[in-house]
Design a binder for this molecule. Structure first.
Ligand SMILES: NC(=O)c1ccc[n+]([C@@H]2O[C@H](COP(=O)([O-])OP(=O)(O)OC[C@H]3O[C@@H](n4cnc5c(N)ncnc54)[C@H](O)[C@@H]3O)[C@@H](O)[C@H]2O)c1
Length: 341
């Protein structure tokens, strides 16, 4: 049963489903300026203003897109918006989300939903009480290559998944490490591909040049028995994103950047098999994500990525930072090798 607030919101929308939705973007750095750009190209959407305490950045984006620029969330909400994207730094998501929810505004919160599971849950509770749509920006789900993998896995018995997401150190300083920033994308994909929850976590983390972890090799087991592995770091000089999935009947390989998805199937006793490239769409993932958000607001249907899913992925990422894998006692470890000069 939808709550009364949700029902009232849905009825307001369906009373006039063609009405333009007035939207705003809070935080228009790297990600938020893309949200603002994409919003301006969507039918039935009016980008009212962007909010950012960095006035130069807000005005730069506003001038380019022909919308208003304000300094903070309150000033944006005072303009009267139906929905916002929150793309401010993660540690501010909770406070900004609660302010939007208090004004009955629908929200898409960039990933990760918040900087802690408790904050994420409090956003979910507040959104549910207010009856507003809460979606989390796990944009990789809308990557056409990821959609092609998901389709290739339909009715397959998945055995293992390996994901690599590596690249150079981000130019801006972040107050989270590579697990919360990058691996959370892939934790979400593993949960989505398998339709199952992660029940075991075996992390290996290291900080090579950053204060927080910048290398992570993470292993998981899902409730359905799938083994999964994430290799992520900020130490590779180029960006790479790849996914391989082994099922009983096929082996799927994908490059999420070039969007090439290939499957091997028809394994024969002599070792031969067939191979084919899968058809992959070319939609912009962010556009597909924002269209899904708008659809959910207009119809009252659950969003494509719910707050609960955002928190579930954040919770697993958080476990990766707290689980201490077993380590051999010092005495049992081999002495460091001395290289000959
Ligand atoms: N889905 C993805 O693939 C993806 C990619 C990058 C970032 N993100 C997420 O987007 C969020 C922003 O990341 P980014 O890389 O764009 O960071 P960024 O530093 O480039 O931009 C953040 C912006 O927020 C502004 N800001 C700071 N305090 C604010 C406040 N109180 N109110 C409004 N704006 C405020 C900053 O001035 C800055 O312009 C993070 O949560 C990050 O995890 C998601």
């Amino acid at each position: 049963m939808p709550g009364l607030g949700k029902l009232a919101k849905t009825m307001t929308q369906s009373a006039n489903p063609e009405r333009s939705l007035r939207v705003g973007v809070i935080g228009v750095g790297v990600m938020g300026s893309n949200h603002a750009r994409v919003f301006t190209g969507l039918p039935g959407i009016e980008l009212v203003a962007v909010a950012d305490p960095d006035r130069r950045q807000a005005e730069f984006v506003a001038r380019a897109l022909g919308c208003g620029a304000v300094a903070d969330t309150d000033a944006l909400l005072a303009l009267g918006v139906d929905a916002v994207t929150i793309a401010a730094p993660t540690h501010l998501h909770h406070e900004i989300a609660l302010a939007c929810i208090a004004r009955g505004v629908h929200l898409l919160v960039e990933k990760p939903i918040a900087s802690s599971v408790e904050e994420g849950r409090s956003i979910i509770d507040a959104a549910r009480r207010a009856g507003v749509t809460l979606m989390v920006g796990h944009v990789e789900r809308f990557n056409p290559a990821v959609e092609a993998i998901k389709e290739a896995l339909r009715n397959e018995d998945i055995l293992s998944i390996a994901i690599t997401r590596v690249g150079p150190f981000p130019p801006r300083m972040s107050n989270v490490g590579v697990v919360i920033d990058l691996a959370v994308h892939d934790i979400d994909l593993i949960r989505w591909f398998t339709d199952s929850e992660i029940v075991e976590v075996q992390p290996q983390l290291s900080s090579a040049v950053a204060e927080r972890e910048d290398i992570a090799l993470l292993q998981f087991r899902t409730a359905s028995g799938v083994l999964a592995h994430i290799n992520t770091n900020w130490l590779t000089p180029f960006k790479a994103r790849s996914v391989t999935v082994a099922t009983r009947g096929k082996y799927v390989m994908a490059d999420l950047i070039t969007r090439q998805v290939t499957e091997c199937f028809g394994f024969q006793p002599d070792g031969s098999y067939s191979m084919r490239h899968l058809s992959v769409g070319h939609a912009e993932p962010l556009r597909a994500e924002l269209l899904a958000f708008m659809r959910s607001i207009r119809t009252g249907a659950p969003p494509a990525v719910t707050g609960e899913e955002g928190v579930a992925s954040l919770e697993i990422a958080t476990h990766c930072l707290s689980v201490r894998p077993w380590a051999a006692p010092e005495a049992k470890r081999p002495a460091p090798r001395v290289l000959a000069g």
